[in-house]
Design a protein around this ligand. Structure first.
Ligand code: 5GP
Ligand code: ZN
Length: 115
């Protein structure tokens, strides 16, 4: 399912360039265009799901794959043992800008407590 005005669907389709760091049949991970940490990767399902609140039962395995990919990407980026932060911004008050479900994998620096 491709949403024609979705920037991340365009990246999945190869219509927009990106620096891909991991790809399999269901998941894509690429560098954030505006990094806020030394490592800042966006992890997305290739399937267009707008927000984390739009996940359905049939997406359960896909979400598991996304979390497994987070570990693989963290390993590839050299932050598996040091630790990292995995962030999802959901809807307006969550600060979501792109309405294609994604996790920010942030690392390479020390974070404080959330909030
Ligand atoms: P959100 O606020 O929706 O959680 O975060 C969206 C993220 O997508 C932002 O960190 C922004 O820098 C990133 N982003 C937006 N457009 C593009 C793009 O075309 N390419 C890449 N690589 N990142 C993008
Ligand atoms: Zn999309």
């Amino acid at each position: 399912m491709v949403e024609k005005d979705c920037v991340f669907c365009k990246i999945v389709a190869g219509e927009l360039p990106s620096e891909i760091v991991y790809e399999d049949d269901d998941i894509l991970a690429f560098k954030d265009i505006n990094p806020v940490a030394p490592v800042h990767i966006l992890l997305i399902p290739k399937k267009h799901i707008p927000t984390i609140t739009d996940i359905e039962e049939e997406d359960a395995a896909l979400m598991g794959k996304l979390l497994l990919a987070a570990g693989k990407v963290a390993d590839k980026m050299g932050i598996f043992d040091r630790g990292f932060r995995l962030v999802n911004n959901c809807r307006e008050e969550g600060g979501q800008m792109v309405y294609h479900l994604h996790f920010h994998l942030l690392g390479g620096k020390q974070f404080g407590s959330v909030g």
